[in-house]
Design a protein around this ligand. Sequence first.
Ligand code: TRP
Ligand code: ZN
Length: 470
Amino acid sequence: MEHRALSRLAAPAVAALLALTTGCTGDTVQGRPGASGLRDPYFPRAGNGGYQVDHYALDLDYDPADGQLHGTAVITARAEQGLSSFNLDFSGLSVEAVTVQGAAARYNRTGNELTVRPAEDLKKGEVFRTEVDYSGKPKPLADPDGSKEGWITTGDGAVAVGEPVGSMTWFPGNHHPSDKAAYDITLTVPRGYEAVSNGELRSRTEDGDGRTVFAWHSPEPMASYLATAVIGPYKVTTGRTPSGVGLYSAVAPGEAAASTGPLARLPEMVEWGSGRFGPYPFASAGAIVLPAGTLGYALETQGRPVFPGAPTSQELVVHELAHQWFGNSVSPKSWKDMWLNEGFATYAEWLWAEDHDGPTAQEHFEAFLAGDTDVDAEADSDWDAFPPAAPPGPEEISAQPVYYRGAMVLHRIRQEVGDATFFALVRGWAADHRHGNASTADFTAYAEEKTGHDLKKVWDVWLYGKDRPE
Ligand code: TRP
Ligand code: ZN
């Protein structure tokens, strides 16, 4: 007995020893656990190491009457190392089963980490399929800055918003913006409800059981914080911009004013953005207008931003639209790079105003320096409290300096290099990093190379400097 047990142990040990000494594993897969976080400077546990996701197929069945969600997530990923186990980020809900490559896998959960141990180790480079079946009543979570994100109920429905880490409340995944993937999100809801997500609506069918199935398809890479699912008695409108970008919008009952307000100019804004920043990065555009009061902010969910009630300013609509180029197509490498999202989206507001009989960007810039709230209501905010490329902590990644001083960095570049070179830089940035990820260091290097100017002083004073710039 003892002897047999020993020899059973000995065989793998000998194989491991051979692999070590020869540096070759032959048929033996030598997996090790994937990292449980990507060490993001602000959200160190967000995301996971050892694999990259290619595609998420999310099949979600939701009943607004009882708030119960039944989900199946099929995650197709590529192993970047031999894996004996790997993690998914997942918060709340109950996991019912996990399979990897069709075989039942063992799993356990600690905090927001779901650790999956496949029946067989995965080889480096292997494309593998993980299916997670889950259910329960999804809940929102609180951001470090106190705002709400994740799965949020809206009375007669729900909305999912994920910036920065809320998407783990409604599906398991590699929830860090550095791992973008294609998505197919299928939402099954009781008849009479609309269900809206990112991308294009492939089909809308009745399942014969009193429910409607909406199949949404997003072929372009998407960071998971930009995924959304909106369910409720919305009014849907569709159309096309003059240049052919598809439009699909949903407006909550009671927010009908949205259709005659600033949102009515969205088609024109898409064309304007394409002129300023280069081709619109996605196959479709639109907006989702939530019942007022369900959310404290708008979010640039991919292709189809959500607004907390009918937007009342053109600038807000332009801001969320501009994120489609800056943030959604060119995504941050880490949450420290947030100013690349918000500085650009804010600067887009100034450019829209400049191009439409409002204050020029120069006037906006000067208003902030002077605290002149006649030009911009935020001009006397604490926009100068910290350098935009270095928020003091995770609770500040959406604070004013990231937006306004971030926009001022861009305007300082424009002052240094002139309009023609500046707009070539902006378009080049969007084109060269289209559907990718970029960091602040990538941007500063790119800006100097593209413009041929030494911009060190701008970076030192405006981007990284602690003192209020003069
Ligand atoms: N990124 C959003 C925008 O600029 C705003 C946002 C999302 C936000 N989540 C937040 C603002 C949390 C404050 C707190 O459109
Ligand atoms: Zn923004």
